[in-house]
Design a protein around this ligand. Structure first.
Ligand code: SF4
Length: 220
């Protein structure tokens, strides 16, 4: 896997207050630019594919913000883009989690099980929200031909194994993009391990270029 820069250098957005990125919690959200997939329905394609065009948010700004705001928050959400492109993501999350004493939720496209495994080993996140984009056969179309059906099945299979060992730390979700049929959805619901319900979220038209405060694929 290509080693993307550290999360600090990929930071392109800070949402100071969100009530829906982690339902039931009042959160701040950090957005990391860059993604290895090219989903044609990507909601934040500018953040995912062209984030170098946008100014970086400084480490000092984020740390100062969290120093002041953490006592009023119930959680910190890290999303993208795809955060797990950074191989040092586990250490970065652990540092934030320990420094501010906030529960951490990570959003991921599920294509980086090695990173997710290290996050669990480091107790660096309390919840990992994983995209299950659709039936394996539609993964090439759903990801801009970045992932084959076989790769998707094998890679998410590793994530599902991790979830079986850490059932409280995962949720799985599918965005109802136009390409998915009811039959596709039925098939996709059968993928997560027993005990997990596949959550669905509505498809929203891709947004204008990222402004630093928009959500990727909202869960509410
Ligand atoms: S939808 Fe998610 S996984 Fe797909 S390109 Fe956009 S950020 Fe990446």
């Amino acid at each position: 896997m290509r080693n993307h820069p550290s999360p600090w250098s990929r930071l392109r957005g800070l949402e100071p207050l969100s009530l829906c990125d982690w339902p039931g919690r009042v959160c701040a959200v950090l957005f990391l630019g860059g993604c290895d997939l090219r989903c044609p329905t990507c909601h934040n394609f500018h953040l995912a594919w062209n984030s170098e065009d946008d100014p970086r948010i400084s480490r000092d700004h984020v740390l100062n913000f969290l120093d002041q705001r953490a006592p009023w928050l119930d959680g910190l959400v890290v999303t993208g883009g795809e955060p797990a492109l950074s191989t040092d993501l586990p250490e970065w999350l652990a540092e934030l989690r320990n420094r501010f004493g906030l529960p951490v939720k990570l959003d991921t496209n599920g294509m980086h099980p090695d990173i997710v495994e290290r996050i669990l080993d480091n107790q660096a996140a309390d919840l990992v929200a994983v995209d299950v984009k659709g039936p394996w056969s539609k993964y090439p179309a759903l990801t801009g031909n970045k992932i084959s059906a076989r790769e998707a099945k094998a890679t998410l299979g590793r994530i599902f194994k991790l979830a079986e060992g850490h059932p409280k730390h995962f949720l799985f979700r599918t965005t109802l993009v136009p390409l998915l049929t009811p039959e596709d959805l039925r098939e996709t619901r059968s993928f997560p391990p027993s005990g997990f319900l596949l959550q669905t979220q509505p498809f929203r038209q891709p947004s204008r270029p990222f402004q630093g405060h928009h959500h990727k694929e909202q869960s509410c």
